[in-house]
Design a protein around this ligand. Structure first.
Ligand SMILES: Nc1nc2c(ncn2[C@@H]2O[C@H](COP(=O)(O)OP(=O)(O)OP(=O)(O)O)[C@@H](O)[C@H]2O)c(=O)[nH]1
Ligand SMILES: [Mg+2]
Length: 325
């Protein structure tokens, strides 16, 4: 039904709170077609108001349950909240689909809540890109809180998390190996550490292990991530999470880190867009076949990658081969 509507109309409806229009706009940025640019162009000036919170951690630690509990608490405080769940169809996240269904029921019909799942159809890099744009849409249409749930600590997940102002890293008792793995990876991106499933044995020792790691971490700046215990299923400890997330947001505002973060994001996004645009332009000129032929020459050692790139940049084949400009 919405496909025939123009982007401008959709944007107008989304700004008026029409959730179907918001969903449609996110689909447009996911598809990354010509309309995606128009969507971002229309909404970008309105971004920069939401508090964006990333929620990440190992599979099954209770991220979805926690996000659900957070959303309910934010609603009780009369704040609007949107949730983006990343890649719930991955083999590890069978539980997420159930979790999504449960919170759909609990939060359904509330116009102050918007829930969206995004799955990586292509590359995770593409997903990170689309997620960034989806978050822009949710920010622009006025959701005060944007929660992004991701699994794990791969490069793409870290990239997605870098969209967030505040990153909550969720762990659970009995995940000794996970805690070890975190040392190398996501501990670095954590602004708040959460030991969920605190109703289970071992929550205290997990929390103590995390505190010990923080003690050893010399790279830490002015913010030491608090270690909090929650029982997401019983909505226990949720207020403290909200309090610390807000405290962190105020901290990065006051310290200038928020400004630096926005500057870095702007730089990354602009260079990404430029890289894509230049590549597209080049391919349009030399054609996919021409490009593939050059790749062949590199693969067969007739050219090294630098020489091949140089040839494309300085002596584009379209000139010599007489391609139209
Ligand atoms: N005992 C206990 N179980 C919990 C708690 N929080 C979540 N769970 C359960 O843990 C399981 C996984 O919860 P999810 O919220 O789906 O976990 P998740 O981290 O989102 O999982 P993935 O998205 O698949 O990585 C579910 O059965 C939850 O009911 C808790 O505080 N205590
Ligand atoms: Mg989940």
């Amino acid at each position: 039904v919405t496909t025939s509507r123009g982007v401008d109309t959709l944007v107008e409806q989304a700004l008026a709170g029409d959730q179907r229009a918001i969903a449609r706009l996110i689909t447009l940025v996911e598809d990354n077609g010509a309309e995606a640019r128009a969507v971002v162009a229309a909404l970008y000036p309105r971004t920069g108001r939401a508090h964006i919170i990333g929620v990440t951690g190992a599979p099954g630690t209770g991220k979805s349950t926690l996000v659900n509990a957070l959303a309910k608490a934010y609603r009780r405080a009369d704040r609007t909240v949107s949730i983006v769940a990343i890649d719930p169809t991955s083999p590890f996240t069978g539980g997420a689909i159930l979790g999504d269904r449960i919170r759909m029921q609990e939060l359904a019909g509330d116009r102050g809540v918007f829930i969206r799942s995004m799955a990586s159809r292509g590359s995770l890099g593409g997903l990170a890109w689309a997620t960034g744009d989806a978050v822009k849409i949710l920010d622009a249409v006025g959701y005060g809180m944007v929660l992004i749930e991701t699994v794990g600590a791969g490069q793409a997940e870290v990239e997605i998390a870098s969209t967030a102002h505040t990153t909550l890293v969720v762990t659970a008792p009995g995940l000794g190996d996970e805690v070890q793995a975190m040392k190398a990876g996501i501990l670095e991106i954590a602004d708040v550490l959460i030991v969920n499933k605190a109703d289970r044995e071992g929550a205290d020792s997990t929390a103590a292990a995390l505190e010990a790691m923080l003690d050893l971490d010399s790279r830490r700046g002015s913010w030491r991530p608090p270690v909090l215990r929650t029982i997401a299923t019983q909505e226990v400890g949720i207020d403290a999470v909200i309090e610390q997330a807000e405290k962190h947001f105020r901290h990065i505002q006051a310290s200038g880190q928020l400004r630096a973060h926005e500057q870095q994001r702007a730089k990354d996004e602009l260079s990404n867009v430029l890289r894509q645009g230049l590549m597209r332009e080049l391919l349009a000129r030399i054609g996919q076949d021409g490009y593939d032929a050059l790749v062949d020459q590199v693969a067969t050692r007739q050219l090294d990658p630098y020489a091949a790139a140089e040839r494309l940049l300085r002596d584009p084949p379209f000139k010599t081969a007489g391609y139209p400009k």
